[in-house]
Structure formats: structure tokens, C-alpha cells
Design a protein around this ligand. Structure first.
Ligand code: AG3
Length: 280
């Protein structure tokens, strides 16, 4: 007899993952946290019964949300991560030697604590990097009060239910824009458009009013089921116009050994299918 975890994030569509072994199940101050083993995906972290990350496929999400804006920018020194308590995003951002300082603002200290213990493959030592400054706070409040000057801001949030909801408001996006340095880039997690189209539409409407250059780019992550996931992109700079040769040079100079990101994938990710274009 095997036990199954079933995610019911969407009204009409569920996904199940076999629980080979339950490592942890508890309530933090903010949400229910589980870590379990699955033979195909390795350890899986769920928050309030929604898959957040897996050892097996997290590389796609974390590489695409970090290397796309950082390599497009070309000279990112200060990076802000909102959320990201599992440490996977910090791991990828800190692989760039050019990044001097990473501020990570996570609302739930419990997620960091348990990820360090039960998901060390996610952070791979990122929490010990002296360039990382950890702030336990509400990201929406932090961004309202920060002086800013960030070259890249990555919103590595949960879905817009529960603690993550404030990270999808026009007010939050406005503050995020103000926290960017000139030429800075904001990227956001915007769910799976086939199933969560309204979420992308709402964010894009806000970006349209805020940024000279706004769009989304996509990547398919198996455990965020339902087709490609969308990442919001907003900037007043020219970073989206970066060409393949420049990206190749920057990628090589950074010395990144990626499993998903390539300069070709970077540019191709901005090519949107019709049903996603129509949501913008
Ligand atoms: N945060 C994104 C989880 C959203 C997935 N939900 C979904 N299927 N729409 C991931 C945190 C990883 N650092």
C-alpha cells in the first residue's frame, strides 16, 4: 500500500505524487509544511498542500528565474529575493561571482529552518554565503520601506492564496519598481497560465502601467502541472533586447554549468503561444 499526496490547487484539476516516505509534517507560524520522498522527484516540499519545489525539477524554475534577468542585465551586483525560503533561488543567484550582495526576505523562518535540515540539496550551502543577507519579514512591508537600488528583484512566491497574496497586488509591484536601480529588472512567479490565466492577466495589467518594457516568459516545470509556467518581466531598461552572442559571452564568463538554462532557451522563453499572448 502506498500513500499519495494530492494537490488540489485548481478547482477542476489535481495532481498526485506518491509518498515513499514522509520526512516532516508540521505547522509553522504561517503555513502547513511537509517534506516527503518520491522516487522520481526526490524530496518534495509542500506548503499548505501545494508543491513548492522538488529536488528533481527545481533546477528549471530556479535557473530560469535567476539567470534570465541576471544575464540579460549584464552587470547585476545587488539582487533582492522575496520569498525563496528553500534556498534554491539564492543558490542560483550566488553562482554569479559578479553578484556582490543578495538580500532575501522570507516571511516564514520555519521554511528556512526546515529546508536547511530536510532539503540541503536545495540551498547547497547558499545560506552560509557571506554575500547573503537574510531578513525574516513580510516582503510587501520590506519593499515599502527599503531604499532599494536593486539591479534584479526576484519574487519567488507561493500562489496568491495565504501569505503570498500581498505579493500580487498593484501596490506591491509599484513599490518593487521603485526599489529597482536604473535599468533594474523585476521578475515574478505567475503560475501556470492554462489553469491560472487571471493571475497572469492581473500582474501584466499592473506591469503595463508601471514599466516601459513588460511581458512574461515561460518554462515548463513538471510538478507545476498544467503546461508552462509564466514569469512576469518588468523593466525600464533595454535588457530584453540582448542578443544571442552577448548572452553566450556572459554565460561563458559566468562559468555557469546549467541543466536547463542556455542562451538559446533564454531568448526562446520570450516566444509566447497564442493563448498566453491573449492573457497579456
Ligand atoms: N514557488 C512557486 C510555487 C507555485 C506553484 N504553484 C502552481 N503550480 N501554480 C516555488 C518556490 C520555490 N523556491
Amino acid at each position: 500500500m502506498s500513500e499519495w499526496f494530492t494537490e488540489k490547487l485548481h478547482r477542476d484539476f489535481a495532481q498526485s505524487l506518491r509518498i515513499e516516505k514522509l520526512h516532516y509534517d508540521s505547522k509553522t507560524e504561517h503555513q502547513r509544511l511537509r517534506v516527503f520522498q518520491n522516487p522520481t522527484f526526490g524530496r518534495i516540499l509542500t506548503l499548505d498542500d501545494v508543491v513548492q519545489t522538488t529536488e528533481g525539477d527545481n533546477f528549471i524554475y530556479h535557473e530560469m528565474m535567476s539567470h534570465v534577468p541576471i544575464l540579460a542585465h549584464g552587470a547585476a551586483r545587488r539582487v533582492l529575493i522575496i520569498g525563496g525560503g528553500d534556498g534554491g533561488m539564492a543558490r542560483e543567484v550566488l553562482r554569479h561571482a559578479s553578484v556582490e550582495h543578495v538580500t532575501m526576505v522570507e516571511i516564514d523562518a520555519g521554511v528556512i529552518e526546515f529546508s536547511k535540515k530536510y532539503l540541503p540539496n536545495l540551498s547547497q550551502g547558499a545560506f552560509d554565503d557571506p554575500r547573503l543577507e537574510l531578513v525574516i519579514a513580510d516582503g510587501a512591508q520590506f519593499i515599502r520601506e527599503t531604499e532599494g537600488g536593486f539591479d534584479v528583484i526576484i519574487v519567488d512566491s507561493t500562489d496568491p492564496i495565504g501569505p503570498g497574496e500581498v505579493l500580487f497586488t498593484d501596490t506591491f509591484y509599484g513599490h518593487a519598481r521603485r526599489a529597482l536601480a536604473p535599468g533594474g529588472i523585476l521578475v515574478t512567479q505567475n503560475g501556470v497560465p492554462f489553469l491560472q490565466g487571471q493571475e497572469l492577466t492581473n500582474t501584466m495589467r499592473a506591469f503595463k502601467a508601471l514599466f516601459a518594457d513588460w511581458t512574461c516568459y515561460i518554462a515548463t516545470i513538471p510538478t507545476y502541472a498544467g503546461g508552462p509556467m509564466a514569469f512576469g518581466w518588468g523593466t525600464d531598461g533595454e535588457a530584453r533586447k540582448v542578443d544571442l552572442e552577448t548572452l553566450k559571452a556572459r554565460h561563458a564568463a559566468a562559468g555557469l554549468a546549467c541543466d536547463y538554462y542556455t542562451p538559446e532557451v533564454h531568448l526562446a522563453a520570450f516566444a509566447l503561444p497564442g493563448y498566453i499572448q491573449r492573457l497579456l
